[in-house]
Design a binder for this molecule. Structure first.
Ligand code: PMP
Length: 285
């Protein structure tokens, strides 16, 4: 990703893609003091752009720093990045972090907070799983308690166990891993929220210790508009056996059907297909 043509917005100006670098003594590199966003543009327009910029600011506040730009400024920067990319459909990554400066210990209040935004092409997150249903491993890592870490922030530190879980899953031939939370309830995948279908109704974990995804909220709204009952609740592992369908939601994942989690199998059913289609229509509307 580092060696290509293009431009990246960094601290208020566009820099050459290959020059968008940071110093090795960047605080965020050592202590995970960074937050980010994953967004998708469709037909030249970022879906729910403002919500993403607002979440970026909130995530930073949750891990104790302030993004030094307003939501309007971030919005303008994203428009600039997208235009410079020449792409109509793109993945947009904004990242804010504590930079290098006076401090190199755990504390870093005197270091500058920085912001960068890049856009590139990113197709289906799970490749052809999008059609036939992704196969998920079950991770040994548990989503942490909100008393252990600010679990609702989209912060880099929360992704350490996600990367390890996803690597373990891929080594077993799976596309991703489903994670339980610290209490043992079903939580989410490593970069996407999870939904289940049983008897025509939808069940999805209560997002009380992980990201309440923008796609998740969009999909719940779509389901309710279709008069489908959605239960946001704690889901026990033994319930997996009784669910008929399953899908993942996320900006990158969009709506991806799940065919298997560990030894549990799900059909890629009509509701899953219908929601995936409706979501695709909505983001391009
Ligand atoms: N959970 C995690 C851990 C994620 O990384 C993401 C992707 N941002 C999501 C859920 C889904 O969030 P969204 O729908 O806002 O992209």
């Amino acid at each position: 990703y580092d060696n290509r043509d293009g431009h990246i917005w960094m601290d208020g100006k566009m820099v050459d893609w290959r020059d968008a670098n940071v110093h090795i003594l960047t605080h965020a590199m050592h202590y995970a003091s960074s937050v980010f966003e994953g967004e998708r543009a469709y037909n030249g327009k970022i879906f729910k752009s403002r919500e993403h910029s607002e979440r970026l600011k909130r995530s930073a506040q949750m891990i104790d720093f302030e993004v030094p730009y307003t939501v309007d400024e971030i919005e303008a920067a994203k428009v600039e990045v997208l235009a410079a990319s020449g792409l109509q459909d793109a993945y947009v990554r904004a990242i804010a972090w504590r930079g290098a400066g006076e401090d190199m210990g755990v504390a870093s209040a005197r270091n500058p907070v920085r912001l960068a935004i890049a856009a590139w092409e990113w197709g289906a997150y799970y490749g052809d799983a999008k059609m036939k249903g992704a196969k998920l491993d079950i991770s040994k890592w548990k989503r942490p308690s909100p008393e252990t870490i600010p679990s609702h922030a989209k912060a880099a530190g929360l992704y350490m166990i996600c990367t390890m879980s996803k690597h373990a899953a891929e080594a077993k031939g799976c596309s991703d891993a489903m994670m339980f939370d610290y209490r043992g309830y079903v939580a989410e995948a490593t970069g996407a929220n999870i939904f289940f279908v049983k008897d025509g109704e939808v069940h999805t974990p209560d997002p009380d210790c992980f990201l309440n995804g923008i796609t998740r909220q969009t999909v719940i709204g779509m389901l309710r508009d279709k008069n489908i009952k959605v239960h946001e609740r704690h889901i026990m592992p033994e319930e997996l056996e009784g669910f008929e369908q399953c899908w993942l939601t996320g900006t990158a994942a969009e709506v991806t059907p799940v065919g298997q989690i560990g030894d549990y199998h799900f059909e890629v059913g009509t509701m899953t297909r219908d929601i995936a289609e409706s979501y695709e229509k909505l983001v391009r509307a």
